[in-house]
Design a protein around this ligand. Structure first.
Ligand code: FMN
Length: 184
């Protein structure tokens, strides 16, 4: 197999696993770790749900509460890395992204598709992360006001697969996803 074909097959595998994550609640890519940088420079990582992965647009989508710390961090450092360990193909996926934060009118069409049971994830009083005297001393607002869509424009995809021999490649939007092998 030519090297170019092997690289493009590897990238195809990465996108297949991402797409599976959006479609299948049990897929590994359903729950990426979403890493940001706090306003004072600390790394922050947390689990999210992968709501979209669009190969043509080169984007991944995450939904969140606009009052959460990650949104504050993204307002200062608008970059995030999504990390997935997909055990079946033994594949680690790392997406380095630039993040666009949208809410309100702009994302109303997406809010209308959020099931009632999932709406409690958006809006809390006081806001997420506020210290409280008891575990239940808060109210969920389930309101569109706090519904926030993070559109993560993918600048780089790094794939690392634990096959024999191990293989690793980096694909950049800036060179039209041609990709290059890297020492694992
Ligand atoms: C399985 C799972 C899925 C989650 N999905 C999301 C999500 O899609 N969006 C989100 O903002 N938080 C999600 N969370 C909660 C985050 O991990 C995190 O606790 C919360 O967003 C607050 O993070 P922050 O204070 O760093 O902003 C999820 C947590 C778990 C355990």
């Amino acid at each position: 197999m030519s090297d170019t074909k092997a690289l493009s097959d590897f990238l195809d595998l990465g996108w297949q696993r991402l797409s599976r994550g959006v479609a299948d609640k049990r897929a590994a890519a359903r729950h990426p770790t979403f890493a940001t940088v706090s306003p004072d420079g600390y790394p922050e990582a947390r689990t999210v749900v992968l709501r979209g992965a669009d190969r043509v647009a080169g984007t991944a989508e995450v939904h969140t509460d606009g009052g959460s710390d990650k949104v504050r961090s993204l307002a200062v450092h608008p970059f995030a890395q999504l990390h997935i360990w997909d055990v079946k193909p033994k594949l680690q996926i790392r997406l380095s992204t630039s993040v666009d934060i949208r809410s309100g009118e702009d994302v109303r069409h997406k809010w209308s598709r959020v099931p009632d049971g999932s709406r409690i994830a958006y809006g809390a009083s006081p806001t997420p992360g506020t210290p409280i005297p008891r575990a239940d001393a808060y109210t969920k607002l389930a309101t569109e006001d706090w519904f926030t869509v993070l559109t993560c424009k993918i600048d780089q995809i790094e794939l690392m697969q634990l096959v024999d021999p191990h293989r690793r490649a980096v694909f950049k939007a800036s060179d039209n996803w041609a990709g290059e092998w890297r020492v694992p």
